[in-house]
Ligand binder design. Structure first.
Ligand code: C2O
Length: 537
């Protein structure tokens, strides 16, 4: 398979050629991710590149139960109750006591028990740090981030984690809490009190000590200002990341199939993470992890993130926001991907009886079928209805041209462009070109390449030629942020997409044929891109 065999077609071997053309067409379609061979596990290490030099050994190889693999079905895993996941800041003392008890029990299981806290954390490490190869492609590692797999995989992960906790407690109604960090009014936007006492099973010492309450969360890394300025920037991060990205690719991410290789991709086949993952989700990992640890452990790097019990509450909110995006936003229900390569992707997890279970993406799409739900959260309205003010009027193209901003086009036109501390560029836009109703005006950062030695954010602004890494992100000129989690020595080449039609409309430059795009980099990693493109898609 792959391009080598496609290239060697020779007309003389007609039949062989026909067969190979067929194979090439087949392979271009890809095939859904399958479950890995758990007996072929790789040990690796994560070594910090910034002092102090630290190596984390990644033995996140998972136990292989002796019993048969269970094929998941709703029937087999039916519960006669709905587990209601509540906001962490609303949990009662009784609820918290039970929650602590559940994690105490989980932490006291032997390490190699599939249900132990250590195995639960290793599941995340294993599928995020390359312990396994893709089924059917031994040369490429399996990675559940940076693509359309992200939401469904984490939903299943929490589902079984919650079932194990419930079963250890002997309480079928037990439900995870969600860390309501998007709530900027009712107490959600700080570390929830239940995770703070150091004598509790919910505690983790490796958190940013400067971010304990009352410090407000920052949904864009490094934003500054007083509390109300932080709040507006948080609301705009939610608005730009969740509300305006109303198609599945923008919100959930793009295709990841057998053969998709994050370490070896081109603009054409580069993976694409969704806005929820790249934006607020990654920002909260960064915000929670300990900057005194070289890899921002625990939450700031995938190897260790799930060693902090707050991880599961964090992801519970990400999961809630998927439902909110799907069913709860103006304009009616939105659609998940429907591609069979998405629906048929399969994963392994352990259930509450320590069995290995095979699940697929299709079964994850309706959370009500999985027996849990989230209450309505009133403070969602603040970001759903956030109306970012435009701080510019009229096109900034002329000003940008006179200060020397280059015209940047789609790859491969401009070759490789180093970003340095940022880049301001003029980019051709489709303006009022006709398009279908469901199409959105999208900015594509093509072939963004970064070595993940330290945490990096790329902030994107439109019509603001002087934007830099300290520009406020509360206005309509702010488009979104691409954040990338630390994984030393790993390089990713990816495309990044942002809906910008809403921004252009608010500024009043929606019909312009050229717009000014500024990328502002936070962090010290060298970043290159291969092109900028604005199109309806
Ligand atoms: Cu698997 Cu929040 O990352």
């Amino acid at each position: 398979m792959g391009s080598n065999s496609c290239r060697s077609l020779r007309p003389i071997y007609f039949l062989i050629a026909v067969a190979m053309v067929f194979m090439c067409i087949e392979s271009a379609k890809g095939s859904p991710i399958g479950v890995p061979n758990l007996s072929q596990c790789q040990l690796t290490t994560d070594t910090s590149v910034v002092p102090p030099l630290t190596t984390i050994h990644l033995n996140c190889c998972l136990p292989i139960p002796s019993g048969p693999v269970v094929d998941y079905s709703f029937d087999k895993y039916k519960v006669n109750t709905t587990r209601v996941r509540i906001a962490a800041q609303t949990a009662s003392d009784d609820y918290i006591a039970k929650y602590r008890e559940a994690y105490t029990l989980m932490r006291s299981l032997p390490q190699d028990d599939p249900r132990s806290f250590s195995t639960q954390a290793n599941i995340h490490c294993a599928f995020c740090n390359g312990a396994y190869k893709q089924e059917g492609n031994d040369s490429v590692i399996l990675q559940v981030h940076f693509s359309w797999l992200f939401l469904a995989w984490h939903r299943w992960y929490l589902y079984f984690h919650e079932r194990i906790l419930a079963s250890l407690l002997g309480d079928p109604t037990f439900a995870l809490v969600f860390w309501n960090w998007d709530d900027q009014r009712d107490g959600g936007n700080v570390i929830p009190a239940m995770f703070l006492p150091s004598n509790s099973s919910l505690y983790d010492a490796n958190r940013n000590q400067a971010n304990l309450p009352p410090t407000l969360v920052k949904l864009v890394p490094g934003i500054t200002g007083n509390d109300s300025e932080i709040i507006n920037q948080n609301l705009n991060a939610m608005y730009q990341g969740i509300v305006t990205n109303d198609n599945a690719e923008l919100f959930m991410g793009g295709a990841y199939v057998t053969g998709t290789d994050l370490a070896n991709s081109t603009v054409l086949n580069a993976p694409l993470g969704g806005s929820i993952e790249n934006g607020v989700h990654n920002a909260m990992h960064f915000w929670t992890g300990d900057p005194d640890q070289p890899l921002l452990q625990d939450m700031g790097t995938f190897t260790t993130a799930a060693r902090d019990p707050i991880f599961y509450a964090h992801h519970s909110n990400v999961d809630r926001l998927w439902d909110k995006w799907r069913y709860g936003l103006p304009g009616g229900p939105r659609a998940d991907h429907s591609d069979p390569d998405f629906l048929n992707a399969e994963f392994y997890f352990y259930d509450e009886n320590a069995n290995l279970v095979k699940v697929n993406v299709a079964d994850a799409l309706d959370s009500s079928k999985l027996g849990y739900s989230y209450p309505n959260v009133a403070a969602d309205d603040l970001w759903v209805n956030y109306s970012p003010p435009a701080i510019t009027s009229g096109s900034a193209v002329e000003a940008a041209v006179s200060s020397g901003a280059p015209l940047v086009g789609a790859a491969p036109e401009n070759g490789t462009i180093a970003l340095g501390s940022g880049l301001t560029a003029i980019v051709d836009a489709p303006g009022n070109q006709s398009h279908a109703d469901n199409q959105r005006e999208v900015l594509v950062i093509q072939g963004l390449q970064v070595t993940r030695d330290t945490f990096v954010s790329v902030l994107v602004f439109v019509n603001l030629p002087n934007a830099n890494s300290s520009t406020s992100t509360s206005s309509a000129e702010y488009v979104g942020t691409y954040n990338i989690i630390v994984d030393p020595g790993k390089t990713i080449t990816t495309n990044v997409k942002f809906e910008i039609g809403d921004n252009l409309q608010r500024i009043g430059i929606q019909n312009d044929q050229q717009v000014v795009i500024s990328l502002a980099v936070k962090g010290t990693q060298p970043i290159t891109i291969q092109g900028l493109l604005i199109e309806y898609e």
